[in-house]
Each structure stands twice: as structure tokens, then as C-alpha cells.
Design a protein around this ligand. Sequence first.
Ligand SMILES: [Zn+2]
Length: 202
Amino acid sequence: MTEEWTPGLVLHSPGGTRYHFDPGALCLELLTTGGPGAYARYEVLHRPEDLVQWLGESRLRLPADAVAVSTGQLAAARTLRDALWRLAAARAHGRPGSAADHAVLNEAAARPPLVPQIAPDGTAARPLPADGSQLVSTVARDAIALLTGPHADRVRECGAADCHLVFVDTSRPGRRRWCSMEHCGNRHKVRALRARRDQTEE
Ligand SMILES: [Zn+2]
């Protein structure tokens, strides 16, 4: 890819405002597609095409015609995602997570991943065609690298009480608090300002 691009996803707040969210890792991008328990109502992976669409929006930026996903592979992607949700939340609270969820990651990662390639111009080439099993393996390997790597202690939940987005803080100072400055960071600033104003009016 030669054009400038910023990794991350475009999300919509309940009020319909668009904002940019870069969770810092491919595996954490998958967590925006739904999840276990209370997150099930945010499910967007209903059909194989939905996973292909996520792939196009994720930091992999794979074109829609490049990946073939079966319904079984879609189910595997959802199973991996739900395990990843629990593991990322556990990690954010300083715990390693359950053996059952580790087994889901290990099993997915044991399959062949998307093959990395280099194009004649020296840039990353799209490893295509690919299938859903390779995709699930690639995401699982990314998750294992994250959870066992130097930034494992930097996996955090957004600081806003009503936001459950998870990110990894890869910034040098390591003080990232919000999923997105333009969304939760800004909401916090507005609230803090209002609280200060109310105090002076009393
Ligand atoms: Zn947030």
C-alpha cells in the first residue's frame, strides 16, 4: 500500500456520531463486531459476508472478493472473538483468563494463517486468495502475540463508565485512557467542564 492510511475503525455512538477508534491490534478490532453475554445485542457477524466486510474495514484491509468464508468458519470467528473478549477483559484487570479460552486461541492459531508476502515495489502484498480458517488463525496468532508480548500490561478498557471498548496502549508514555479522544475523551472533557461550572454557580 503506498497511500497514507490510519489503522482503526469508524464507529457510531448511540446518538449516531461517527468517531475513529484504533484499538492498537488486529485481534482487538474483532471485538467491535459483538461478543458474549451482554455484548450479544451488538452482534454484526450474522452471515459470512459480514465477516468479509469487517476484513475490509480492519487493519488488514482485505478486498471483499479476496476471502471466501464458510458458515462454519464464521462460527469459528465468533467463538474466537467471544473467548478473546473474556481474555482481553481479564488481562485489563491483571488476570490471565481461563484455560478454556486459552484452548480456543491455541486451537485456532495451530491452523495455517494468511501468508505474508512482499510485492515487487517492496510493500506488503495481499496474501490472496484466502479463506476464513486462515483469517481466524491470523487473528488468534495476533491475540497470542499481544497477550504474551511486551504490551500485555497495556491492554485496557476505556475509562468511560458506559463504554466497554478495549484497546492496547502502544504510546510511549502509556497514558492512554480513552477508546477515542474525539468520543469518550471529549465527553469526559465536557462533563468535567460542566461540573466545574455548576460548582462556581452554587
Ligand atoms: Zn470509550
